[in-house]
Every structure is written in C-alpha cells, then in structure tokens.
Design a protein around this ligand. Structure first.
Ligand code: HEM
Length: 491
C-alpha cells in the first residue's frame, strides 16, 4: 500500500512540476515550440531556435515559460523603451543573501543594487580610463607577438589567446603582473580557467540548486564560485591594495579607479545609494574576468580563423595597419579607434561569431505586450515569465543579413551600415543593461589584431575544419578540434 501511494505521489509530482508547466504557452494560444524536453525545456537549443518566421516564440527554460523574441520592434520595447519592466537578468541572477560574492556582481545583481553598481563601475570604462589602460593592453599584445615568434609550426590558437585575455584582465582588473603566456602552469590562469569553466557536473548541479532551491542552498552553504577560488582572488586584490598603500604606488588600472571610488565615498557619502565595499570590488573584478576572458578569446580566435580563410580581407586590414603605423610615431587608442576597416572587420567577426549566443531578461513588473498578431494581439506577461533574445539567430537571419554565412566586412561600410536595423545586431546586448565592457573589449580585440597582422601572415592549418564545425556548452561555443593556425613572420 505504502509503495502504491509513494508511486502515485511521485507520478503526480513529476506531472505537476515538469509536465504540466509545458502547456503554459499552448493554453494561452501563444505560438510555441513543439517539442520541449521534460525537465530541461528547450532554451538550451539556442542554435536551433534561430530565425523562425514568427515575431516571438513561447519556449521553456527548464520548465520556466520563456518568450523568445525575434522581432526588432519587440526587442526595442523590451530592452530599451520599457526597460523598467525588464531590468534584471534571469539565468545567472542570485540573491546576495544566498551567495554574497556571486550575488554582488553587476551581471547577477538586481534592482537598486544593480543600479548602484552600474553607476559605481561605469567610470572604469570612460574614454580617459581606457586611454590610460590602453598601454597595459598594448604591452600584453606585444608580449603575445613575442611568444608566437618563439614558437614554430601550427598551433591551436584558442588556448594561447585565452592566456592573452587572462593576462590582460589580471593586469587591468586585478593590478597583477601575470605572464601565463610564458608560464604554462601559472596559478592565476589555472584558477581563472577553473572558475570560468561552467561545464563541470559540480557547477551545473550547484547552479541548478541555487536557482531553484535557494533556501536549501543557503542551508547547505553552496556558492557558484568555490571558496578556494574566491579566497585566491581576494588575496591577490588585498595584497595589491596593501602594496599600493604602503609604497604610495599608483598604476592606471581598475584597482586604482576603485580606490578613487572608496575615497570619493569617504568624502561624499551622500552620493552613494548603497555603501560600496571591498566585497563589491572582488565580485566585480571576478565578473570582469568572467565577462571578458572567454568572450574576447572567442572573438579573437574566430576572427583569426576568418582572416586566415579570407586572405584578401587579411591583406586589406594589414594595409590599413601599415598605413597607420607609417603615419603615427606612437600607436594610441585614438589611432586604433580611427581605423575604419579595422572597425568593419571586428564588427563582422562579432556578427558572424557573437561570443554569447543569447541574452535574457526577467520581469520586474507585469507587462502586456502588444503584438501585430491578429489572433493574439496582447500577451500578458507576469513574474513567472522570462525573456530570451537569440543574438546568434538574429545575426544569422538572411532577412537581416543576406547570405549570413559569408564573412563580409563590407556590410559595415559607411554606405551599407545605415541599412542594418540596430535591433538585429547586438553582440554586446542593447539598452541600459548592455555590456559594460564593450569599449574595453573592442580595444583589446583591435590592439591584438593590430600587432599580430603587423608582424605575421596568418595561415590556416589543414586540420582546422572548413566549413567550421561547432560544439556548444552552457554559455558558449567553440570549434570542434580547435582552431589551428600558422603564423608566418613578415619580413
Ligand atoms: C567581445 C567581448 C564581449 C562580448 C561580446 C560581451 C557581450 C555581453 C553581452 C551580450 C552581455 C549581456 C548584455 C545584455 O543583456 O543586453 C554582457 C554583459 C556584461 N559584460 Fe560583456 N561582453 C564582452 C566583453 C566584456 C568585458 C571585457 C567585460 C569586462 C571588462 C565585460 C563585462 C560584462 C558585464 C559586467 C556585463 C553585465 C552588465 C550588466 O548586467 O549591467 N564584458 N556582455
């Protein structure tokens, strides 16, 4: 009898939690995907949820009813015009009460906490700060060129570039001089790889528990970033601050900006909605690492892949770099930013290979979406819903980008770019919640391409897949078998 009751209970629980929710969109007559998986839903099939010819599609993030939007007008409403109803991110957001470090980052914080952090962190990325940090980035890219020069034959570029992006963030966000390009077992790099690797079973289970069972997770003391990793990076920051205070030493990086913020807070506390603490510095140095490590590495490695495949484009870009080098005795950020062809190439890399396949929003106020759909003119969205924006799908939709698989920087030429709808191109997201590191990332990508093309011709090694074969993970994707390239030194 007991077993019969238990079986009935389990069957009802499965039906209630995992099967019943999957009819949410059907019951509301919203155009929806046909075959979500039980428990997992279908938002993970980002590559397949591409350019459906509907303005929106009801899908499921696990069993959470999520509206995938593909119409530029609706995207504009949600991400810009009616932003107040969609302030927060969904997947990664966790209450700081539950996980103080992960919950205090700009990416994961919500409401007022997010607004305060965004105001405090924006000065890290002003033009004058970027100009100051440009030399640190340039130094790292020259280091990259040196390391490549010393190696021979073909190499899997993704790993080497990720060492470059590691060293850039270590230098600019943590104020640490790290040379993982030279030292294969560098501790900072190893810890960074560990913490940005969201593919292990342990992190997946922790994320699920934290997201769906927050109270239980708190009791269990779970956190997204394990304690050893947090302590390691915290120590790096504290040591740096101590050294600077003791030696009165200044370096133009994010730690320096943060020390200025703390000073400003001491002088004018009324300017701060919420006190800023050292925990905020740790959390956000970590999120800068998380946001800027894989994304920039992915952009640069797929970018070099395309330049190796399209030799004429590589040549054109090199010509622009050589012209600029002949004209200016020192290369500054202004010089790099003035390069129009470089900008066209990088824009096209980010169009064809956006590092983040999608972004998301959570409802912060109930919202009624007006649609052009006669059969369903109003969709009422509540706190239970999520919004999903398929960045990769938009960038590969032939209606918005004809012949989308062609790598063609001319799409972004002065005369052509006016025809691109701004709400269909968004490698960095859009609106007040878009990527805070956009200009920093562009600076890094351009600085490395500049130095590499000035010194080498990039060639594709035969083992690299053409056309590209892609493998996906939770947040990102990469080339199956790696991107193998040869760097031929220019005379
Ligand atoms: C090519 C490189 C990069 C790409 C393509 C990229 C893309 C993105 C995207 C799509 C979002 C979500 C935006 C939205 O939902 O509207 C985002 C958010 C964010 N990114 Fe980036 N990112 C890059 C580099 C960086 C770098 C270098 C940093 C830090 C130095 C960074 C820090 C962040 C942070 C903190 C957020 C959260 C912003 C917020 O919620 O207010 N990213 N990024």
């Amino acid at each position: 009898m007991f077993f019969l009751l238990l079986t009935v209970f389990v069957v009802i629980a499965i039906w209630y939690f995992f099967i019943k929710p999957l009819s949410y969109w059907k019951l509301r007559h919203v155009h929806h995907s046909k075959t979500p998986w039980y428990i997992f839903g279908d938002s993970w099939r980002t590559f397949q949820l591409l350019n459906g010819k509907s303005a929106y599609l009801g899908i499921y993030d696990f069993s959470v009813p999520t509206l995938c939007i593909t119409d530029p007008e609706i995207i504009k409403k949600i991400m810009v015009k009616d932003f107040d109803s969609f302030v927060d991110h969904s997947i990664a957001s966790i209450d700081p009460e539950i996980d103080p470090v992960w919950g205090s980052t700009l990416l994961t914080s919500t409401g007022k906490h997010w607004k305060t952090l965004r105001t405090v962190l924006s000065p890290f990325f002003t033009s004058s700060k970027l100009k100051e940090m440009f030399n640190l980035v340039l130094e790292q890219s020259q280091n990259f060129v040196k390391v490549i020069s010393e190696r021979e034959g073909e190499m899997d570029i993704r790993e080497i570039i990720s060492r470059f992006t590691n060293d850039v963030i270590a230098s600019t966000a943590f104020g640490a001089n790290v040379n993982s390009l030279k030292e294969p077992n560098n501790e900072f790099y190893k810890k960074g790889l560990h913490f940005t690797n969201f593919q292990t079973m342990s992190i997946l289970v922790r994320l699920l528990l934290l997201r769906f069972f927050p109270a239980l997770s708190k009791k269990m003391g779970l956190s997204v970033i394990d304690n050893e990793t947090s302590v390691f990076f915290d120590t790096v920051i504290k040591d740096t601050i101590k050294e600077r205070q003791e030696r009165g030493f200044k370096r133009l990086d994010m730690i320096n900006t943060f020390l200025e913020v703390l000073q400003e807070q001491q002088n004018n506390p009324e300017k701060f909605l919420k006190p800023v603490t050292e925990l905020d510095l740790l959390a956000n140095a970590l999120i800068f690492y998380f946001g800027g490590f894989e994304s920039v590495a992915s952009t640069l490695s797929f970018g070099m892949y395309e330049l190796a495949l399209n030799k004429d484009i590589q040549e054109n870009l090199r010509r622009e770099i050589q012209e600029v080098t002949a004209k200016h005795s020192t290369i500054t950020l202004d010089v790099v930013q003035s390069m129009t062809y470089m900008d066209m190439v990088v824009s096209e890399i980010l169009r064809k290979w956006p590092p983040f396949l999608s972004t998301d929003r959570r409802l912060t106020k109930p919202y009624t979406l007006e649609t052009n759909d006669k059969s369903n003119p109003l969709i009422h969205l509540g706190y239970e819903n999520r919004i999903f924006v398929p960045i990769y799908g938009l960038h590969h939709d032939p209606d918005y980008f004809p012949n989308p698989e062609k790598f063609d920087p001319e799409r972004f030429s002065e005369s052509n770019k006016a025809s691109i709808n701004a709400y269909t191109y968004m490698p960095f997201g859009i609106g007040p919640r878009s990527c805070i590191g956009l200009r920093f990332a562009l600076m890094e990508v351009k600085a490395l391409l500049f130095n590499v093309l000035l010194n080498f011709e990039i060639e594709l090694a035969p083992r690299t897949h053409v056309p590209a074969k892609i493998q996906t993970s939770l947040f990102q994707y990469s080339m199956e078998g790696g991107i193998w390239l040869k760097f031929n030194r220019l005379k």
